[in-house]
Design a protein around this ligand. Structure first.
Ligand SMILES: O=c1ccn([C@@H]2O[C@H](COP(=O)(O)OP(=O)(O)O[C@H]3O[C@H](CO)[C@@H](O)[C@H](O)[C@H]3O)[C@@H](O)[C@H]2O)c(=O)[nH]1
Ligand SMILES: [Mn+2]
Length: 567
C-alpha cells in the first residue's frame, strides 16, 4: 500500500549565533511583507540562545564544525567554522522543496516561483567567481543521498573555502540549475556593477550582504553616500525600522541588542564639558556661545618658599643599588656574524707619539714643535722653494721691474750685460724710494736717440749672426753657435730642408732684420736665432692691468674680396 503524503514547501534560513538574529528576522519579515504564501523555517543549533516566533518552524539541528578550518583563513572568515551545518537542509525530507536563504539577505519580493522549478538543485552565480554558485540562495529538493555524500565530505573537511559554499560546489559541480543573479544580488564595487545595477535594478528579487560587514553590524549611519550599496542597505533598514525600530514600541530589546547604535541609546556617554547644554564632543562641534577651552584647565598655584633657614646637606645620602651590573652579562645577544669577531675598539689620542700622524702641510703647530719621536716629517725640506732657488727670485724681481718701469728698461736694454746688475734695481724700488737712483753707465735722456740706437743694435746682431752662419756647412756636423753670449745648440735639420738652408746666407745679407729672415724662411730662423716670439697674445710677461691687443686689426680686403663686395 502506497501512502501519498503531500509534502510542504518552505523557505528556510539558518541561525548559528544570536549575532545574526536581526538578519534572520528582517529576512522573514521581508518575505512576509512581500506576501509570500509559503511557510518559513529556520534551522537553529541547540546553543543558539534566542528563537523568535516570526518563523513557522524552528528546527534544531546538530552543529557541524569544520575540523580542518585552514581554508577559512583564505577568505579571512574563521567565524564560518560551523557553516557546514547548512548541509542539514538536505536532511529535512519532511519538506517537498526548500528555498534556502542566508540570514544576511533581504527580499525585495516573494520569490515563490522558485518552488515551481523542476530541478533538484538551483543556485545563482557567485560574484567572486561566477562559474561557482553562491550558497546564500538555493532552491533544493531534500534527499538523504545528497545529505550523506556531503556529510562525508564535511567530516573529512573537503571544501576549498573551508565552509559550505566550497563543499556544496564541489559536490554538485556544474550539474546545477543556474538562477538569475537577480535572485542573489551582491553589492560590489566592480567596474561593470554600477551601470548594470542601474540597468537591472527594477528586476532585483533579493539582495545578499556577503562578507563580515552586515548592515546591522555597521549601523545605519555607516553609509550615507548615494549609490547602489546605500540604496540596498536602505532597503534592509526599511524592513528593520518597520518592525524593530526603537520607537515602534513593541520591538524586543534582544534584537536591538545586536544592532549597532540601537541598543540602550538613551544612556549614551556624554562628555562632561561644564557647558550648560551638555555638549557631546563626539557628536557635534562646540556650541557657538561656549567659553574658551583653557577655562576648563586645572589650576595649580605655586609659591616661593618662605623658609629662611639655610640648607643643610644630610649626613649621608643613600648608597646606589649594588645589584646593578654593566658587565658582559648585560650585553644583548649577538645577531650578525661580524658582531662575534669584531676587532677590539681602539682610540687614538693626539699626544700619542706612537700614533702615525699625517700632518697637514704648513701646519704651524707641527713645524714649530716637531714630534720628539722623529718621524719622516722632519726629513722634509721645510723651506720655500723661492727662497732657495735664485733663478726664481730673479724672475720674480724682473717681473716686478718690468711692470714698474717697462719703458725705462726697454730703452736701457742695449746696455744691460749681466743679470746680476739688474737684480739690484727693483729691490731699491720695493723699499719704497720714489726717486729712482741714477743708473750707472746709462746715458741721459736727452742724449739718447731710440731710433738710432735700435738701428745700431740690429746691425750689430746681423753681423754676429752672419759671422756664425758663414762658418756653417750644410749637411755636416757643426759646432754649437753662440749669439750674444747665448749658446744655440746645433740641431739636425728636418729631412728635405737641406736646400732651403743653402739659401739662408743670401736671405740675411745687407740690413735686413731678423724679422725679415723669419718671415721669408721660418725653418732657418728657428734653427739660427729666436729673434721674434712665435705667439701674438699675452705670455709670461703679461700682468694684470697691462694693455694688450685682444683683437687683430682687420686686414685690408684683397682684390678678390673687393670684387665680391662690389658686385
Ligand atoms: O556567526 C554566524 C555565521 C553564520 N551564520 C549563518 O550562516 C550564514 C552564512 O554566513 P554569512 O556570514 O552570511 O556568509 P557570507 O558572507 O554570505 O559568505 C559566503 O560564504 C559562506 C560560506 O561558504 C556561505 O555560507 C555564504 O552563503 C556565502 O555567501 C549566515 O547567513 C547565517 O545564516 C550565523 O548564523 N552565525
Ligand atoms: Mn550570506
Amino acid at each position: 500500500m502506497v501512502t501519498s503524503t503531500k509534502k510542504e514547501d518552505v523557505y528556510a534560513s539558518l541561525l548559528l549565533t544570536d549575532t545574526y538574529l536581526p538578519g534572520a528576522l528582517v529576512l522573514a519579515h521581508s518575505l512576509r511583507d512581500a506576501g509570500t504564501t509559503k511557510k518559513l523555517a529556520i534551522l537553529v543549533t541547540p546553543d543558539t540562545v534566542s528563537t523568535e516566533t516570526v518563523y513557522d518552524y524552528v528546527i534544531y539541528v546538530d552543529r557541524i564544525r569544520n575540523g580542518k578550518p585552514a581554508n577559512l583563513f583564505l577568505m579571512n572568515r574563521p567565524d564560518l567554522h560551523s557553516a557546514f551545518t547548512k548541509i542539514n537542509l538536505w536532511k529535512q525530507t519532511q519538506f517537498r522543496k526548500i528555498v534556502y536563504i542566508d540570514a544576511d539577505v533581504v527580499a525585495y519580493r516573494a520569490v515563490d516561483e522558485l518552488f515551481d522549478l523542476p530541478h533538484a538543485f538551483s543556485a545563482a552565480p557567485d560574484i567572486g567567481w561566477p562559474d561557482l554558485f553562491n550558497t546564500g540562495v538555493m532552491a533544493l529538493t531534500p534527499n538523504m543521498g545528497d545529505y550523506y555524500a556531503m556529510t562525508a565530505m564535511a567530516e573529512r573537511g573537503i571544501s576549498f573555502d573551508g565552509a559550505d559554499q566550497g563543499l556544496i560546489n564541489m559536490h554538485f559541480g556544474n550539474t546545477y540549475n543556474r538562477l538569475s543573479f537577480t535572485y542573489n544580488v551582491t553589492p560590489s564595487a566592480h567596474y561593470q556593477y554600477v551601470p548594470a545595477y542601474r540597468h537591472f535594478q527594477g528586476s532585483i528579487n533579493m539582495v545578499h550582504f556577503i562578507g563580515s560587514d552586515k548592515p546591522w553590524k555597521q549601523g545605519r549611519e555607516s553609509t550615507t553616500d548615494a549609490g547602489p550599496f546605500n540604496e540596498m542597505t536602505g532597503r534592509w533598514w526599511a524592513v528593520y525600522d518597520r518592525h524593530y525600530h526603537k520607537e515602534a514600541g513593541n520591538a524586543p530589546s534582544i534584537v536591538q541588542h545586536f544592532v549597532k547604535g540601537e541598543y540602550n541609546p538613551t544612556t549614551r556617554y556624554v562628555v562632561p564639558t561644564g557647558e550648560p547644554n551638555g555638549w557631546d564632543a563626539q557628536r557635534s562641534s562646540p556650541p557657538t556661545n561656549s567659553g574658551p577651552e583653557a577655562a576648563n584647565f586645572p589650576r595649580t598655584h605655586y609659591e616661593m618658599s618662605k623658609d629662611t633657614s639655610q640648607f643643610r646637606a644630610p649626613d649621608r645620602y643613600p648608597s646606589p643599588p649594588n645589584n646593578v651590573s654593566y658587565g658582559e652579562r648585560d650585553q644583548p645577544k649577538t645577531i650578525f656574524p661580524w658582531e662575534n669577531n669584531a676587532p677590539r675598539p681602539t682610540r687614538v689620542f693626539a699626544e700619542n707619539p706612537l700614533a702615525p700622524v699625517t700632518p697637514a702641510p704648513g701646519s704651524p703647530a707641527i713645524r714649530t714643535a716637531p714630534s720628539p719621536g722623529g718621524t719622516a716629517w722632519n726629513s722634509f725640506n721645510q723651506n720655500n722653494a723661492w727662497d732657495e732657488i735664485p733663478q726664481i727670485n730673479r724672475y720674480v724681481d724682473s717681473m716686478q721691474r718690468h711692470r714698474r718701469s717697462r719703458s725705462q728698461i726697454l730703452a736701457a736694454s742695449p746696455g744691460r750685460s749681466t743679470s746680476g746688475e739688474r737684480q739690484e734695481e727693483p729691490s731699491e724700488e720695493r723699499r719704497g724710494s720714489i726717486k729712482l737712483p741714477a743708473a750707472e753707465g746709462v746715458p741721459a735722456q736727452d742724449e739718447w736717440d731710440p731710433a738710432a740706437q735700435l738701428q745700431k743694435l740690429a746691425k750689430q746682431q746681423s753681423e754676429v749672426l752672419l759671422e756664425k752662419l758663414g762658418a756653417s756647412v750644410p749637411g755636416q756636423t757643426q759646432e754649437s753657435i753662440s749669439v750674444d753670449g747665448k749658446e744655440i745648440p746645433h740641431r739636425p735639420l728636418p729631412f728635405g730642408s737641406e736646400d732651403i738652408l743653402a739659401e739662408a746666407p743670401e736671405l740675411v745679407t745687407g740690413q735686413t732684420t731678423p724679422r725679415t729672415v723669419e718671415s721669408r724662411s721660418p725653418s732657418i730662423s728657428t734653427t739660427a736665432t729666436i729673434a721674434v716670439p712665435s705667439y701674438q697674445g699675452p705670455g709670461a710677461m703679461f700682468e694684470k692691468g697691462e694693455d694688450y691687443l685682444t683683437q687683430d686689426t682687420p686686414a685690408q680686403p684683397t682684390e678678390e674680396d673687393l670684387d665680391v663686395l662690389q658686385t
